[in-house]
Design a protein around this ligand. Structure first.
Ligand SMILES: Cc1cc2nc3c(=O)[nH]c(=O)nc-3n(C[C@H](O)[C@H](O)[C@H](O)COP(=O)(O)OP(=O)(O)OC[C@H]3O[C@@H](n4cnc5c(N)ncnc54)[C@H](O)[C@@H]3O)c2cc1C
Length: 363
């Protein structure tokens, strides 16, 4: 079996979660390999998030529209006093550049604690393994579905009733009655003078079909005086809102790791904002084990295993002599320096204390 060179971190899947993690981990100084069936695939979905869930390192250039107080209609109208951001998907993807990452095109066949195996038999060994392959759109999983049209702001305007955006408008002017499975209108500015109007089934197993949502959207728009032409750009949404199992010793990240918000199905902001915490775990582990002679990547370790957990948290290959083992272990003392302190200032977390990812605190 062919082995690619070992790295600190291998990421399986380069959707928003995998790409964010690979980008941030490389920026923190880790050697990173990432694999995807189509690594250069352009993202087309309109991603949005609450402003306070986005990490401070994300520049404003990746935001397509700012909404200070979106509206919601449950049994009556509400103003949500929480800023909302619609992202410019193309700019987001470009910002999460992979220049410092070894990118491999391939289909992942197996993921285990020592690395990733591709369909063609190549093995990608790594100290840390993250599975960010998303979750297949399988009807056995709970899903969110939506059918949307992207229209000029002026055309969408009657659907908004004077509000900047509808985060969720649950009114029944979509032709449904109290006994029907409900769906809501999501209507937000998408930037460049366009608004996305989307009929959404929040969650279902099975979720409402896209044909039914399209029909409901047209009934609703007609009822509000929105005139469409049939030439609008369409957005079709279907994604799983529950995670999938990962192998022991493998971190599931993004949708794969069940990072979806339970009330919205959103996962992109969580992946962006937790990428640093995972990177820091890898950095800390690398520093802790940097001088330990037994911490070689899996393909180069002798067979047999033991844990030397008192000095580092890796599992190492067995050596015959316990004196060899203890002297090697003594050499892997805990990190003298906080890994955050070794990062370039621009990439350091801004929280001040990083107790979530290591045990040091910072000024
Ligand atoms: C139209 C639309 C609008 C959405 N709007 C929002 C929103 O506003 N906010 C929000 O938070 N979420 C939104 N979502 C959901 C969002 O897409 C998911 O939460 C997000 O994509 C999850 O990211 P991920 O990286 O975890 O997984 P994915 O995006 O599913 O990425 C997985 C990656 O793994 C790769 N892969 C899979 N299997 C293999 C394999 N065997 N080998 C190699 N590579 C593999 C795939 O090619 C893919 O690139 C929307 C979804 C859609 C479709």
């Amino acid at each position: 079996m062919t082995h690619l060179p070992p790295t600190d971190l291998v990421v399986a899947g380069l959707g928003p979660a995998g790409r964010a993690l690979a980008f941030r981990a490389a920026a923190a100084g880790l050697s990173v390999t990432a694999v995807d069936v189509r690594p250069q695939r352009r993202w087309t979905a309109t991603y949005a998030a609450w402003a306070d869930e986005l990490p401070a390192w994300l520049p404003d250039e990746v935001v397509a529209a700012h909404i200070d107080s979106p509206a919601a209609w449950t049994t009556g109208p509400h103003t949500v006093d929480r800023a909302y951001r619609v992202l410019d998907t193309t700019r987001l993807q470009e910002f999460l550049a992979l220049d410092e990452v070894t990118v491999v095109t391939g289909r992942v066949r197996d993921v285990d604690a020592d690395g990733v195996v591709l369909g063609d038999g190549r093995r990608m060994p790594a100290r840390y393994v993250v599975d960010a392959r998303g979750v297949p759109a399988d009807p056995g999983h709970a899903q969110q579905t939506a059918f949307g049209l992207i229209v000029d702001d002026a055309i969408a305007s009657p659907a908004l009733d004077g509000h900047a955006a509808w985060f969720m408008d649950w009114r029944r002017d979509n032709g449904t009655g109290p006994d029907d499975v409900p769906s809501f209108l999501y209507a937000v500015p998408a930037g460049d003078g366009r608004t996305i109007v989307e009929e959404t089934c929040l969650v279902g197993r099975p979720a409402l079909g896209l044909g039914e949502l399209e029909r409901r959207l047209h009934v609703r728009l007609e009822a509000r005086g929105v005139r469409t032409t049939g030439d609008e750009v369409v957005e079709r949404v279907r994604f799983a809102v529950e995670g999938a199992p990962t192998a022991p010793g493998v971190v599931g990240f993004g949708a794969r790791g069940g990072l979806m918000h339970p009330a919205t199905g959103y996962a992109v902001a969580t992946a962006l904002s937790t990428a640093d915490a995972w990177s820091m775990r890898c950095v800390a582990a690398r520093i802790r084990t940097a001088s330990c002679g037994l911490s070689a990547p899996a393909p180069w370790r002798p067979s047999g295993r033991w844990d030397c957990g008192s000095c580092c948290d890796s599992t190492h290959a067995e050596r015959s002599s316990s004196s060899t083992r203890s002297s090697l272990c003594r050499s892997s003392s805990n990190a003298p320096t906080c890994p955050v302190a070794t990062m370039r200032p621009a990439w350091r977390p801004r929280c001040g204390g990083c107790s979530g990812c290591c045990r040091w605190t910072h000024a």
